[in-house]
Design a protein around this ligand. Structure first.
Ligand SMILES: Cc1cc2nc3c(=O)[nH]c(=O)nc-3n(C[C@H](O)[C@H](O)[C@H](O)COP(=O)(O)OP(=O)(O)OC[C@H]3O[C@@H](n4cnc5c(N)ncnc54)[C@H](O)[C@@H]3O)c2cc1C
Length: 395
């Protein structure tokens, strides 16, 4: 198929890719967006899951009014969790409302040629463009603990590989992790007739408090303003002023990204968690052996005492770690050229990497712009910054 031309190519059609494409097209760029809208949300999150973020912090961004989550579902009150299917449908609705011609294809490689990029699609087409915006999300950064990597896929996987947990009905499933994803997966498994065993490194489970407006004005002042990431003065800065977070020393920002909104369950999950889930806290995985169609896990506590557990399946809800070297669609030459902070790309004030014309969004941008980039709430800032830069370049 012949090579075509575009001002920009956005790779991936999740909240960040769709928002970036809406703003780029709004800035007058001829922008292609490659990816199936909300594919990760429709296929790599468990059915029955709810969002942890509040409705006002769960919007995609476009330059036009009328495309927020609350425009899609007016009257959805704070504190009422959004089902994953509703959010995925919202993203698809946004795509139509914003008039985005998302192309349900996969980008197979991005290479450099004559100062431009050649973006190859699985369809055989190649697009030549000066700008590539990576909206590839988190899936490629899924973290499976080293102790589990040798297990066959039929017995073990990362949480992002599961959609339908009802297939585990009657099975004993070890869920590894202490964050919302692990806690909610354990609840969904129990509710669907499986026998989950939650294994956490942390010595105790943590739960977020329910939002409350009942406190006095003085108490509210002390707790600080509400923001997309929650309540508090510092939280407000990380949430609403990512351009300031970017100016902090790398080491400080890395600590903020690590510690802000650490592993904890949503308040509304706590009652559902109460029954039917065995919990082993303070346990580090130290070994895993497949024997027949079961797995024997060995865990160790802080004093080194070992415990053994045999299960039918191991599900690792162990999160995502951005790493430039895992973005395999980028040619090795491009990956080598990308300046980094830790294993993430080091980005300028418009999300540009050290490779001119190559932009990163979402989780890959968290090391530069802070924790808000791990959440949908960061998409508005990110999309506007990229569109402003490329709009200026075009003019
Ligand atoms: C279980 C779970 C629950 C979460 N809950 C919340 C929540 O409540 N609130 C919140 O704000 N955040 C939540 N998050 C984080 C959330 O996933 C991100 O905030 C959001 O999805 C980031 O959007 P994105 O566009 O960067 O990534 P994604 O939504 O992952 O979209 C990226 C898209 O790019 C596509 N893609 C990747 N590679 C290619 C390629 N080569 N070619 C074409 N397409 C490609 C993928 O298929 C995917 O559809 C949750 C995450 C998980 C895992």
């Amino acid at each position: 198929m012949p090579t075509s031309l575009a001002d920009a190519v956005v790779v991936g059609a999740g909240p960040y890719g769709l928002s970036a494409a809406a703003h780029l097209r709004g800035a007058g760029l001829d922008c292609r967006i490659i990816g199936t809208p909300m594919h990760f949300w429709n296929h790599h999150m468990p059915a029955g899951m709810f969002l942890k973020s509040e409705p006002f912090a769960s919007s995609l961004s476009s330059p036009a009014d009328g495309t927020s989550f609350l425009d899609y579902r007016p009257g959805w009150r704070a504190g009422r969790p959004i089902p994953v299917d509703t959010f995925a449908s919202y993203g698809e609705w946004f795509t139509r409302e914003a008039g985005l011609p998302a192309e349900p294809a996969t980008v197979t490689s991005v290479e450099r040629a004559d100062g431009r990029f050649e973006v190859a699609l699985e369809t055989g087409e190649t697009i030549s463009t000066p700008n590539v915006v990576l909206g590839i999300g988190m899936g490629v950064f899924a973290d499976l603990p080293a102790e589990l990597r040798h297990l066959p896929g039929a017995l073990c996987g990362h949480s992002s590989e599961y959609r339908d947990l009802s297939v585990f009905k009657g099975a004993r499933v070890a869920v590894v992790g202490a964050g919302q994803s692990a806690l909610e997966t354990a609840v969904l498994l129990a509710e669907q007739g499986a026998e989950p065993v939650l294994i956490t490194r942390t010595p105790a489970l943590k739960w977020n408090a329910a939002p409350s407006d009942g406190s006095s004005p003085a108490a509210r002042l002390l707790r600080g303003p509400q923001s997309g990431l929650g309540r508090g003065y510092r939280t407000w800065v990380w949430s609403e002023r990512p351009e300031m977070t970017r100016l902090l020393p790398d080491r400080v920002r890395a600590r903020i990204v690590r510690n802000t909104l650490g592993p904890a369950g949503a308040w509304w999950l706590r009652d559902r968690f109460a029954t039917g889930i065995a919990v082993r806290t303070g346990q580090r995985l130290s070994g895993a052996d497949a024997t027949g169609d079961r797995v024997t896990l060995t865990t160790a506590d802080r004093s080194g005492d070992l415990r053994v557990l045999t299960v039918d399946h191991v599900l690792a809800a162990t999160g995502f770690t951005p790493d430039v070297d895992r973005v395999q669609i980028l040619s090795p030459e491009i990956r080598r050229e990308i300046a980094r902070t830790g294993r993430s790309p080091k980005l300028d004030s418009a999300f540009g990497s050290s490779v001119p014309g190559l932009y990163f969004t979402g989780l890959a941008a968290a090391a530069s712009f802070g924790p808000v980039m791990r959440f949908v709430h960061g998409a508005d800032f990110c999309a506007r910054r990229i569109a402003r830069r490329l709009g200026q370049d075009r003019r």
